[in-house]
Design a protein around this ligand. Structure first.
Ligand code: FES
Length: 105
């Protein structure tokens, strides 16, 4: 069974802003876009830039180090220098609580 970790309150997340959290020791970034909460790795696939310090424009996140871009809803890399997609994680929101699931090892 997949475990979900309670990570934040929904009302703490501001539309279009990034929040760094840690889930079971993994650096994860949360963002709310058009009312939906997304969770993805906080580590750029280029050389590990901190994605929570990047710029979010709609669904498009720009890494603060060398400008790679990713779609945070799918994890797809949109612009180099990164070549690999970022990991995204399932999210559910219940009673103002945000839960994130990590894949089994
Ligand atoms: S570390 Fe993200 S673009 Fe280089």
């Amino acid at each position: 069974m997949t475990d979900y970790f309670k990570v934040a309150r929904d009302d703490e997340l501001v539309e279009g802003e990034l929040m760094a959290i840690e889930v079971d020791g993994e650096p994860i970034c949360l963002a709310k876009v058009a009312g939906c909460v997304y969770a993805f790795t906080d580590t750029c696939t280029h050389i590990s830039g901190p994605l929570n310090e990047g710029e979010l424009d709609g669904e498009v996140l720009t890494c603060p180090w060398h400008g790679a871009q990713f779609n945070i809803t799918t994890g797809k890399v949109l612009r180099g220098p990164a070549r690999r997609d970022i990991a995204t994680y399932p999210v559910k929101v219940e009673d103002n609580a945000v839960f994130v699931s990590l894949p089994d090892e």
